[in-house]
Unconditional design. Structure first.
Length: 366
């Protein structure tokens, strides 16, 4: 190996991030394999000097009177030319001229080195993905499949696929777009490391707020819960650990600037920010925002069921389009919510009796 090879390894480390030491280890193994295949002897000594850009290979051979296996044995006369003190049954290091490697040996070495490059790239990719697991990352759209709509994204030096089902609403991604995605999980597969990424996951919104709102990043404001129907609406429950800081106001920002940036990133998705409370009745009332709530009756049997009464004029707002507001509130709070108007339904007493028209249950975990 000459200086050009070391220069190539240094370039490989710079461009692909594969450490020189990793590749040198693979090359040593390749040389041992080549020695075994070419000489039937894998007892070799390999000295590599990256600083000088050269290396030496020695086959260790047994000193014998009669040589029967030239790959493993050497005559006493030849041995003493290398080491004058050599005796029978000693082992001497015989310098190997790398040009003596045959075509098959060279091919073996090349294959192992190629495999080493692939292994190094896989390890590098896995490390890159794992460092971003369950984090928000900015990715470059490299291409979009015109049939499936799946987008191939560049994340650092690695690639990941964003399925159409994990994209927000009807967004149209284009080559060259920079988008934010959430890394849900990282798995090792037969084809290499694979990152499961999403733009529909509730934690994407959580990470966006952590990025946009310094008070959340610093721990002054905490996100307690998120419920989301991607592309349409999200509800976010927050609490302040500093009495001088308004949690909801911090998330909204001056003139709505902070939440507006997140809405833009999500393609116009509506975001309701409510204040969290340890009092279930108060939390449920806040979760049904923007509707006003008259009262919340919480079941005392531990069933996490409640009945919410709202002004007649607020009933449709509390339930929401196709039940969305009530559904998101139930998911946010973890409570089954029955909503009824203040005047009651036809044929029943006001604020009494069971109401089924505005019922929302907490969905099972997705």
């Amino acid at each position: 190996m000459n200086s050009e090879v070391f220069e190539a390894l240094n370039l490989l480390e710079k461009e692909r991030g594969i450490p020189v030491d990793f590749m040198l280890d693979k090359i040593k193994k390749a040389i041992l394999t080549a020695c075994k295949n070419s000489y039937g002897n894998e007892d070799a000594l390999i000295n590599m000097d990256a600083a000088r850009g050269n290396f030496e290979v020695f086959l260790r051979k047994m000193v014998v009177e009669q040589v029967e296996d030239p790959g493993k044995e050497i005559s006493l006369a030849q041995a003493r030319e290398i080491d004058p003190s050599a005796g029978l049954e000693d082992k001497v290091n015989v310098a190997l001229n790398t040009k003596e490697f045959g075509r098959i040996a060279a091919q073996t070495a090349r294959n192992i080195i190629r495999q080493g490059i692939r292994d190094g790239e896989r390890g590098q990719m896995m490390q890159e993905f794992q460092s971003k697991n369950q984090e928000l990352v900015t990715a470059l759209v490299e291409r979009v499949d015109p049939r499936s709509g799946a987008a191939t994204l560049k994340i650092g030096k690695a690639e990941a696929v964003l399925p159409k089902s994990e994209q927000v609403g009807d967004e149209q991604l284009r080559e060259g777009d920079h988008i934010k995605v959430y890394v849900v999980d990282v798995k090792e597969t037969e084809k290499g490391p694979r990152a499961m990424i999403s733009r529909t996951h509730p934690d994407l919104v959580k990470r966006l707020f952590e990025t946009e709102v310094p008070e959340i990043y610093d721990g002054v404001v905490e996100i307690k819960a998120v419920s989301r129907e991607a592309g349409s609406r999200t509800k976010l429950a927050v609490i302040s650990h500093n009495p001088d800081v308004d949690a909801v106001g911090a998330c909204i920002g001056a003139r709505g600037a902070r939440v507006s940036n997140i809405v833009t990133e999500l393609g116009g998705e509506k975001i309701d920010i409510v204040e969290y409370s340890d009092d279930p009745a108060q939390f449920i009332a806040s979760a049904l925002s923007p509707a006003d709530v008259v009262s919340v009756q919480v079941a005392e049997d531990g069933s996490r069921v409640c009945r919410v009464t709202v002004p007649d004029s607020q009933l449709s707002l509390a339930i929401g389009n196709k039940g969305q507001n009530a559904r998101l509130a139930a998911k946010l709070t973890g409570w089954k919510i029955d909503i009824k108007p203040e005047s009651g339904f036809y044929g029943e007493e006001p604020v009494a009796g069971k109401a089924d028209a505005g019922k929302a249950e907490e969905p099972e975990d997705e």
